[in-house]
Design a protein around this ligand. Structure first.
Ligand SMILES: [Zn+2]
Length: 268
């Protein structure tokens, strides 16, 4: 999956570090990140002055900065980059996107509108006027593999470019457990009921600012699908042999489909 960059390692602890000319810079515009020949610009190539330390991967230090045009560089779509062979760059770009979106939407205090100041000790923005503290936000969401004997329920989203098969998915609402999210999303999007909900794996998914929680579960009762057309174009039961085994190795969704396809229900 996209976070599986071993033997490289993400070091996401914040520390108050001044950038050097050789450090990498992540700049975003419209869901794309600035690159040239598979690499990000270096601090020394930028004209801007505002660099925010984001994280390190091995000995490469990544900074975020406002977008600027740099000769020879062009925006590369994060959706295209996430399945590229360069897993470290793909993971850096989507993780940086999550952080930069948080920084960009937290410039002023929501209580008193004063400009926020970065803590020197941790990744936290603080209001010098009223003392309010703001920490990075991660939205939990579930991915649900519904199993019915030798079949699994797959979906396609309505009104999106993304046409691969997906699984039922949705954000956890305030006041509910992840297991309740599973039941609610399945019921809302397909009208189905499920039982035996089992946690599988999680995945950081910076493109939507989420932590994805993967669950397998079994159909409980009637298999008739009542589709929510505002969310989905399609929801259908596919036999294991007809499930896709595509080359997208980046997402938890595609891994869960492959796991069921090859291991079957007993292997889950
Ligand atoms: Zn304030």
């Amino acid at each position: 999956m996209i976070q599986d960059i071993y033997p490289s390692q993400l070091i996401n602890t914040y520390y108050d570090r001044s950038c050097t000319d050789a450090d990498s810079v992540l700049m975003y515009r419209n869901g794309a990140v600035l690159m040239r020949d598979g690499r990000f610009p270096a601090v020394g190539e930028c004209t801007g002055q505002r660099f925010i330390y984001l994280f390190s991967i091995d000995d490469i230090h990544y900074y975020g900065a406002p977008y600027e045009e740099i000769e020879g560089y062009a925006p590369v779509s994060l959706y295209a980059l996430r399945t590229s062979a360069d897993k470290v760059s793909a993971f850096a770009a989507v993780t940086g996107r999550h952080l930069m979106q948080w920084y960009e939407s937290h410039r002023f205090c929501g209580h008193c509108r004063t400009e926020l100041v970065h803590s020197r000790k941790e990744r936290m923005l603080e209001c010098p006027q009223c003392g309010a503290q703001y920490f990075p936000q991660i939205a939990p969401a579930v991915i649900v593999g519904i199993v019915n004997g030798d079949r699994m329920l797959v979906t396609q989203y309505a009104g999106r470019e993304y046409t691969r098969y997906a699984l039922i998915a949705g954000y956890t609402e305030i006041g509910e457990t992840a297991e309740e999210t599973v039941r609610r999303e399945v019921r809302e999007e397909t009208g189905l009921r499920v039982r035996n909900i089992r946690y599988y794996k999680s995945q950081p998914w910076g493109l939507s600012g989420s932590l994805l929680l993967g669950y397998f579960c079994e159909l409980d009762g009637d298999d008739t699908i009542t589709l929510d057309h505002t969310e989905l174009d399609l929801a259908t039961w596919l036999d294991r042999e007809h499930l896709p085994d595509d080359d997208d190795r980046s997402s938890l969704t595609s891994e869960m489909i492959r796991v069921f396809k090859h291991a079957g229900q007993s292997g889950l």
